[in-house]
Design a protein around this ligand. Structure first.
Ligand code: NAI
Length: 461
């Protein structure tokens, strides 16, 4: 029986990062993962492969429609989807190997198999050679989540698929129906639209991107619609079936749409099956998440949980921060996550990015705020690169000027939001951003101008 200070269950971005941090702090660590590739959903079937396909499909779209306007003629462009998929797999494989190397470098014991907590301080792993028992002073659950579905819809691993199937598709669907206008639906809907599919997005709410600032989400809706995504908002999907390669999606139990592939992107559910929670007296909440306290401790002493499995924003970087905070608090007495400074990015074109509070949240909380906006159309770099759609919005406290939220739709919004996250983390005012010299010409100048605009003194508009 092997003995460890910490056994981490799950090697996604939450788990493997926590394992590395604990090892850095001098602890003897094991990380159990049931998949042969480390990196979790994010690396295998999430963030990374989707970004590879988004980048590649963007290049394809540029080559077919975009380059000519810029004076570049390249003749007829053809799509080699198999090569595009190979590139994606290569990226995933390289990064997966990188995580292997990181675990080795940090002397973390890697165990391959499904882990169950069999008793306090004891994890049993079903390995290919039979059960292996690990003794642990502390156990950290970082098992992540999996695609959820709707009543009346069974994911068939093929035509009625989740993001996993949509990422692996070997031919461009003729008509893809996406259920859910969240990040997954919009990103993968965009990939397949660019590659030639007709894409219809069905969304239950009367808006897209729930949780994002409503004004920015409305702008995103308009742009994506103009690009060719067809949206049906206020539409409740009630069932789906496949008959001889044709999917039929039922809407409100009254009408239906036929298509050749479906992507069900209605959220994700926590992975807690066969984890042995009952063996140590941990009960999940009514949505299946593991309840934890401010330091990520579960109801059982010595057992902690972080990432998607505890709920909140289901984001790789949120899990990473929680993993580090949990481990640092355990071994140093300090460590915490500022939930208000966790950025969110949707990698459509333009990108949508957000950090801090939305206007709706400020209004609901009765917080007085000032708002500054600046359009990319008035930014030199955006003009020069032909990416003028979108804007930056800065929300600052009316009395203290502290930055409360920043919301961006525009080119490289996902990169630009980092500055806003730093500002919020440091408790900056919009005046601080406005007085910080930004290089010219850069897209980042839009944030400075939006901050100036919060005080009614933007220069370039
Ligand atoms: P989501 O929760 O973001 O969006 C699901 C959408 O489905 C919602 O708009 C909801 O109203 C809609 N919906 C629910 N039931 C419906 C019904 N019966 N008919 C029609 N629409 C219905 O979930 P999504 O996009 O699946 O993403 C899962 C998680 O992964 C989220 O937490 C998301 O933030 C995260 N993620 C983040 C990414 C990023 O940061 N770029 C990329 C991919 C996923």
């Amino acid at each position: 029986m092997a003995e460890f200070d910490l056994v981490v269950i799950g090697a996604g971005p939450g788990g493997y990062v926590a394992a590395i941090r604990a090892a850095q702090l001098g602890k003897k660590v094991a990380c159990v993962e049931k998949e042969t590739m480390l990196g979790g959903t994010c690396l295998r079937v999430g963030c990374i492969p989707s970004k590879a396909l988004l980048e590649s499909s963007h290049l394809y779209e540029q080559a077919t429609h975009g380059f000519e306007q810029r004076g570049i003629k390249i003749g007829k462009t053809t799509l080699d989807l198999a090569a595009m998929q190979r590139h994606k797999l290569e990226v995933v494989k390289t990064l997966g190997g990188g995580i292997d190397g990181l675990l080795k470098k940090n002397k973390i014991t890697r165990v391959l198999g499904h882990a169950t907590i069999t008793a306090p301080g004891q994890v049993t792993v079903q390995t290919k050679d039979g059960p292996q028992v690990l003794q642990a002073e502390t156990i950290l659950i970082a098992t992540g989540s999996q695609p959820a579905t709707l009543p009346g819809i069974e994911l068939d691993g093929d035509r009625i698929g989740s993001s996993t199937e949509s990422l692996a598709c070997e031919e461009v669907p003729k008509h893809l129906v996406v259920i859910g206008a969240g990040a997954i639906g919009l990103e993968l809907g965009t990939v397949w639209r660019r590659l030639g599919a007709k894409v219809t997005v069905l969304e239950y709410l009367d808006r897209i991107l729930p949780g994002m600032d409503a004004e920015i989400a409305r702008d995103a809706h308009k742009v994506l619609q103009r690009q060719g995504l067809e949206f049906r908002l206020g539409t409740k999907v009630t069932g789906a079936k496949v008959t001889r390669k044709v999917c039929e999606v039922s809407i409100d139990g009254a009408s239906s749409i036929k298509c050749d592939r479906m992507l069900v992107a209605v959220g994700r559910k926590p992975n807690t099956e066969n984890l042995g929670l009952a063996n140590v007296g941990i009960e999940t909440d009514k949505r299946g998440f593991i309840p934890v306290n401010a330091h990520y401790q579960t109801a059982a002493s010595g057992i902690y949980a972080i990432g998607d499995v505890i709920g909140g924003a289901m984001l790789a970087h949120k899990a990473e921060e929680e993993g580090i905070a949990c481990v640092e608090h355990l071994y140093t007495g300090y460590g915490h996550v500022n939930n208000n400074a966790i950025p969110a990015v949707v990698y459509t074109e333009p990108e949508v990015a957000s950090v801090g509070l939305t206007e709706e949240q400020l209004q609901a909380d009765g917080i007085e705020y000032r708002k500054g906006t600046f359009p990319f159309a008035a930014n030199g770099r955006a003009r020069a690169s032909g990416q003028i759609e979108g804007k930056v919005k800065v929300l600052a406290h009316a009395a203290t000027d502290r930055v409360l939220g920043v919301h961006i739709i525009g080119p490289h919004a996902g990169e630009l939001i980092a500055e806003a996250a730093v500002a919020i983390e440091f408790g900056a005012s919009s005046e601080d951003i406005a007085r910080t010299c930004h290089a010219h010409p850069t897209l980042a100048e839009t944030l400075k101008e939006a901050a100036l605009s919060a005080d009614g003194r933007a220069i370039h508009i």
